[in-house]
Design a protein around this ligand. Structure first.
Ligand SMILES: Cc1cc2nc3c(=O)[nH]c(=O)nc-3n(C[C@H](O)[C@H](O)[C@H](O)COP(=O)(O)OP(=O)(O)OC[C@H]3O[C@@H](n4cnc5c(N)ncnc54)[C@H](O)[C@@H]3O)c2cc1C
Length: 471
């Protein structure tokens, strides 16, 4: 070991050098070995494996490596179980400390405990500095001391916490050059969207410059306008920190009024991240205990039709196809697709959660789980179970001209506006004229919404759902 302290900076979902508390603390101490571990338990998990997200991840890691090299030292990549690999790198480097940005999933917690124990046997310390959130877990304990189960009081407390100042990237990094396995374990090829800090910063600036940040309150639910920020994958990988977003929209000293709806939406990310940290059980089952016993159908044909965008519910098919092509889906479409799987097809929300994890570039365990449990009515501050989305009314309200449906379901491109969301009601002659014969070119709805809605409510009631839960 040299006289200068050496720290291993283990990157996970914090793939940037700017505004990075853990990296700054490592650099301030002395020499640094930047490490990323290709963990087979994460990369190969069938529940989570997403080729598009992995391509995006690879491009983010390449960008991180380039940034680190500019500062003086490249990224060391090692494949294997982190409980073996991280101590081995610490030992090769002669480091006495490993720093990380904290993570909250049950798997991350188990992994980090195993790494911490293994390092301790070598006399190496393990220190989480900062986390994936804007506001640290310990700053939002709530009156119960165990956080918040309802979003609005969470947001009020969250909003009171000032936006932290920027943590500048280190000016220079020095440390030993260790051999690296490289990124060959990740699929190569163009990422689904431009990746890395410069691309994320450009997306953020364009969101503000175009006026979409100011118009977010009105535009966010317009499916065809696609007026949201598209920052979810950047935030997922930590290429961008939520504090960077806050500072860019002018949140220091008070968010401008027009941007408050966007700021509030961003807080859902912290809400679900805190929630999973405090209630890890949600990663595998319903938060509400009685809803762990809902009777679900095992209906592989219905699940496949939903996954492939062949349900005959135009908005659902559009959303699922948007995700298949781009790796992203509009939030309103996510809610409707999830609702139809659970309340119309009567399929366990966890099956849908897995399909989304595999399909979304922004697939994030806590946000995805939170979104699914919200829609299924089984989670924290969830939609009441008996309030079932009507997918056709949702479509008429948020895609009034059918532009979103036409973009993603080309079979329906020529269908007149008045039939676009219920194409099976089109008379025969209109079907011929639109080049879309129902049952031939585009399916009839695979289930009857009205009947299934009643059945879903019955099943929730049988599992112990109570109307008072809406309160
Ligand atoms: C069933 C379901 C599954 C979802 N799965 C994911 C997921 O895997 N990963 C993910 O990042 N988001 C998920 N969401 C939340 C939301 O749909 C996406 O964050 C959003 O559509 C991403 O687009 P955007 O970046 O343009 O968001 P914007 O509307 O511009 O919002 C800005 C940022 O705030 C955060 N955010 C916004 N809405 C939510 C929300 N409801 N919950 C948590 N964070 C939010 C995201 O980080 C987002 O990038 C899910 C929602 C539902 C209903």
């Amino acid at each position: 070991m040299t006289g200068t302290p050496r720290t291993v900076m283990w990157f996970r979902r914090d793939l940037r050098v700017d505004d990075h508390a853990a990296l700054a603390s490592a650099a301030a101490r002395g020499e640094v070995v930047p490490l990323w571990v290709a963990d087979p338990a994460l990369l190969n998990a069938p529940h989570h494996r997403s080729p598009m997200r992995l391509r995006f991840l690879r491009a983010c890691l390449e960008a991180l490596d380039a940034q680190l090299r500019d500062l003086g030292i490249g990224l060391v990549v090692r494949e294997g179980d982190p409980a073996v690999v991280v101590p081995a790198v610490a030992s090769d480097a002669g480091a006495d400390l490993v720093v990380v940005t904290d993570d909250v999933t049950p798997y991350a917690r188990r992994r980090d405990a195993a790494v911490r124990d293994a390092l301790a046997t070598q006399g190496v310390a393990f220190d989480p500095v900062g986390g994936p959130w804007r506001v640290p877990l310990g700053d939002l304990e709530g009156s119960s001391g165990n956080g918040y189960l309802v979003f609005t009081p969470f947001f009020k407390a969250w909003d009171q916490v000032p936006v932290a100042g920027r943590i500048a990237p280190p000016e220079l990094l020095t440390g030993p050059a260790l051999p690296s396995d490289g990124l060959g374990c990740l699929p190569a090829g163009d990422p689904p969207i431009a990746a890395g800090p410069a691309a994320a910063r450009a997306r953020l600036e364009e969101f503000i410059r175009s006026g979409r940040a100011d118009g977010y309150g009105e535009g966010r639910d317009d499916l065809a306008a696609d007026a949201t920020s598209h920052l979810s994958a950047d935030l997922r990988m930590g290429v961008l920190s939520p504090a960077q977003v806050g500072r860019a929209i002018g949140a220091v000293g008070g968010v401008p009024k027009a941007r408050q709806p966007f700021w509030r939406q961003l807080a859902w990310r912290d809400f679900y991240t805190h929630h999973m940290a405090r209630h890890p059980v949600v990663a595998g089952t319903a938060l509400k205990e009685h809803f762990r016993h809902i009777e679900w159908d095992d209906a592989p044909d219905l699940l496949a039709a939903w996954r492939e965008g062949r349900t005959g519910f135009p908005l659902v098919d559009a959303g699922m196809r948007q995700m298949a092509v781009t790796g992203w889906m509009h939030n309103r479409a996510r809610m409707v697709c999830a609702s139809v799987l659970v309340k119309d097809l009567l399929i366990d929300w966890r099956r849908g959660e897995a399909v989304f994890m595999r399909g979304l570039v922004d697939g994030d365990p806590s946000n995805n789980n939170g979104g699914w449990q919200w829609t299924a009515g089984t989670g924290t501050d969830a939609a009441p179970y008996f309030r079932v989305f009507n997918p056709f009314l949702q479509a008429k309200r948020f895609d009034p001209t059918g532009a979103y449906v036409r973009r993603w379901v080309p079979e329906l491109a020529q269908v007149p506006d008045r039939y676009i969301h219920e194409p099976w009601t089109m008379p025969e002659a209109e079907q011929q004229a639109a080049g879309c014969r129902i049952g031939v070119d585009y399916p009839e709805p695979i289930v009857d919404h009205a009947t299934r809605r009643v059945e879903a409510i019955e099943r929730y009631k049988a599992a112990g759902g109570r109307y008072e839960e809406a309160a």
